[in-house]
Design a protein around this ligand. Structure first.
Ligand code: ME8
Length: 508
C-alpha cells in the first residue's frame, strides 16, 4: 500500500464546547482530506482532544466535578459537532487514552536517557488565591493576570528539554525546506524568532501544584507539561512506539493544520522533539488565520463565541462550510458576521449554483420530458471551461488555496448561467429548433454534472444531491472528470429541487 496522506488538526482543549474557530480548522482539514481521496489517494485524517493541564483541571474543580468525569462529559460535544458537520476523520485521539499516555512516557524516557532532558530550576510567580503559576511574560504590570493581586516569586525543581541544542539545526532545516511552514509570512516570523537564543523548555509540573497530567517515568514528583503531552499525539495516535508497522506506513504527516496561535509549538518545539527522537519531519505546518467578530478574536475567554451547531442547523452544513472556505484566503484572518454569510448564500449559492441546477433540469423536463435529446459533439465553450476549471481547482488545492479552488468551480457555474442567457433555450423551443435546443441543454447539463463532481471536497451534501440527479456515483474521483459527454441521448436527468432558496433576512 502506498503511503496514505496523513493530515492532522490540533487537539482541542475540552474546558469548553467547540466554537466557530474549531469548526473552521476541522472543516479545512476535512476539505483537504476529501480532496486527496478525490485524487485517488489513501488518506488518514486525525483529530481529537487535549484533556490534561491546569486550565481543564481548574474548570472541572470550579464545577465541582472530578476531572476525568468532566473531560469524559465534554468529548461527546466535539464528536457530535464533527458528525453534524460531516467531518470524515479516521481516528479520534484523546490525550487521556492509555496508549497515548504510555507513548508519551516512552518518548520522555528516550529523551531523558539521551541526555536531552535534565533537572533544573524553574522560576515563576505564584498567585496564592488563584492557585496559579505565572511566567514573567504572563504577568500584567507585575500582578496576577486573572485577579490582579500581588504574586510571589518562587523557584521549582522541574525538568527541561534542551531546545537550545537543536536551534542551529532547526534554522537550517527551515531555511532549506521552503514547504515546511506556510504561509510564508509565518515562516519568516519563526525565522525571526529563532534569531534570539532559544530557551530550554520546561516540560514538567510539580505534582504538588498540578496532579492532572501524565506521570513522568523518572520522577514520582512531577507530571508532564501539557504541550509536550499534546504534541506527541501526532505520533502516538498512529502507533508510536507500540505498533511500528502502522507508524512506518503513516509517518511523516503530510500536513499539520493549526491556527496561528499555536505556530511556535508546532514549528519549534515539535520539530525539535522529532529530531531528538530521530524521526522524520512532517511535510508542512500550515498556520491559518483567526475568525474575528467586531475586531476581536473569537474565543472562549473573550466570550464572543459563535455556535457552529446552531449556525449549521439554521443555514445548512454546506452553507456554513461554503462561507468559511470562500470568505477568506487560507492563512488570512476573517471577520465573521451572519449578514455576510447570508450575502454569500444569496449571491453564490442561491443565484449562481442553485439557480443553474434548477433552471437546466427544469428546462430538460419541460422541453424533453427529462430525457437527453441529443448531444453536442462539436466545439463547446462550456467543455473548454470545464477542463480549465478542473485543472485550476486541482492546482489551487495543491497550493493550499481552497478559496481559489472554489472560485475556479464558480467560473464554470457562472459561464453556464451566462450561456443560458446567450442561447435563450426558451426562444429555441418557441422556434422549434429542437436539435439546437437539445445540444444547448446537453452542454448545460454536462456543466452541472461536472460542477457537482468538483464540489465533492467542498460541499459534500450538495455534491451528492447533484450527482444523484444524473444517477452518478455519490463519491466521484478525479477520473470521473476525464470525460465530458457522459450524457447520451435517451438518458434521464431528474429535475433538481431548489437547493438554496433565497434568504430574505437573518433566520431567528
Ligand atoms: O491550542 N479562529 O487548543 P484550543 C480560527 N490544545 N481558529 C481558531 C479560533 C479562531 N478565532 N479559535 C480557535 C489548543 N481556533 C491546544 C492545541 S495541538 C497538539 C494542542 C482553532 O482548544 C485553531 O485551530 O485552544 C487554533 O489553533 C485551535 O482552535 C486552538 O484550540
Amino acid at each position: 500500500m502506498s503511503k496514505p496522506y496523513y493530515i492532522t488538526t490540533p487537539l482541542y482543549y475540552v474546558n469548553d464546547k467547540p466554537h466557530i474557530g474549531h469548526a473552521y480548522t476541522n472543516i479545512l482539514c476535512d476539505t483537504f482530506a476529501r480532496f486527496h481521496r478525490f485524487m485517488g489517494e489513501n488518506v488518514f485524517f486525525l483529530t481529537g482532544t487535549d484533556e490534561h493541564g491546569e486550565k481543564i483541571d481548574k474548570t472541572a474543580r470550579a464545577k465541582g466535578v472530578d476531572t476525568q468525569t468532566f473531560v469524559d462529559s465534554m468529548v461527546p460535544r466535539f464528536k457530535e459537532l464533527w458528525a453534524k458537520l460531516g467531518i470524515q476523520y479516521d481516528f479520534y485521539i484523546r490525550t487521556t487514552d492509555e496508549d497515548h499516555k504510555k507513548s508519551v512516557q516512552v518518548i520522555l524516557q528516550k529523551l531523558f536517557e539521551k541526555g536531552d532532558i535534565y533537572l533544573g530550576k524553574y522560576k515563576g510567580w505564584y498567585c496564592t488565591p488563584c492557585e496559579s503559576f505565572w511566567t514573567k511574560m504572563q504577568l500584567v504590570e507585575g500582578k496576577c493576570p486573572d485577579c490582579k493581586r500581588d504574586v510571589q516569586e518562587i523557584f521549582e525543581d522541574n525538568y527541561f528539554f534542551k531546545l537550545s541544542k537543536y536551534q542551529d539545526w532547526l534554522i537550517e532545516y527551515i531555511e532549506k525546506n521552503p514547504d515546511f511552514i506556510f504561509p510564508e509570512s509565518r515562516r519568516n516570523e519563526i525565522l525571526g524568532f529563532l534569531k534570539q537564543p532559544l530557551e530550554d523548555l520546561c516540560i514538567s509540573r510539580p505534582r504538588t501544584r498540578l496532579a492532572w497530567g501524565i506521570d513522568i517515568p523518572f520522577s514520582k514528583d512531577h507530571v508532564v507539561y501539557v504541550w509536550f503531552d499534546a504534541l506527541s499525539n501526532y505520533i502516538s495516535a498512529i502507533g508510536y512506539p507500540g505498533n511500528m508497522e502502522e507508524f512506518e506506513l503513516l509517518w511523516p504527516a503530510n500536513l499539520h493544520m493549526v491556527g496561528k496561535d499555536i505556530l511556535r509549538q508546532h514549528t519549534v518545539y515539535w520539530p525539535i522533539m522529532l529530531k531528538a527522537l530521530d524521526l522524520e519531519m512532517p511535510g508542512t505546518v500550515f498556520a491559518h488565520g483567526w475568525w474575528t467578530m467586531e475586531g476581536a478574536k473569537v474565543s472562549k475567554s473573550v466570550g464572543n463565541v459563535v455556535d457552529p451547531l446552531e449556525l449549521s442547523a439554521k443555514y445548512g452544513v454546506d452553507t456554513f462550510r461554503y462561507f468559511l472556505l470562500r470568505e477568506v484566503t487560507l492563512g488570512s484572518d476573517g471577520a465573521y458576521s451572519e449578514d455576510l454569510l447570508i450575502e454569500r448564500f444569496n449571491k453564490d449559492l442561491a443565484n449562481d449554483l442553485g439557480n443553474l441546477v434548477l433552471r437546466t433540469t427544469s428546462m430538460l423536463e419541460r422541453y424533453f420530458g427529462g430525457k437527453i435529446k441529443c448531444v453536442n459533439s462539436g466545439p463547446s465553450k462550456l467543455k473548454d471551461q470545464a477542463f480549465i476549471s478542473r485543472d485550476a481547482m486541482i492546482q489551487a488545492m495543491k497550493h493550499f488555496d481552497p478559496r481559489a479552488a472554489i472560485s475556479a468551480i464558480w467560473d464554470l457555474i457562472v459561464a453556464a448561467n451566462r450561456y443560458v442567457e446567450e442561447t435563450k433555450p426558451w426562444a429555441l423551443a418557441k422556434e422549434k429548433k429542437i436539435e439546437e435546443l437539445g445540444k444547448v441543454l446537453s452542454d448545460l447539463l454536462e456543466s452541472v454534472r461536472f460542477s457537482g463532481m468538483m464540489l465533492a471536497p467542498f460541499l459534500p451534501e450538495t455534491s451528492v444531491k447533484i450527482c444523484g440527479l444524473f444517477g452518478s456515483h455519490p463519491t466521484p474521483t478525479v477520473k470521473d472528470l476525464d470525460v465530458w459527454g457522459v450524457l447520451k441521448p435517451g438518458m434521464t436527468v431528474q429535475k433538481g429541487e431548489a437547493l438554496f432558496p433565497r434568504i430574505e433576512e437573518p433566520k431567528s
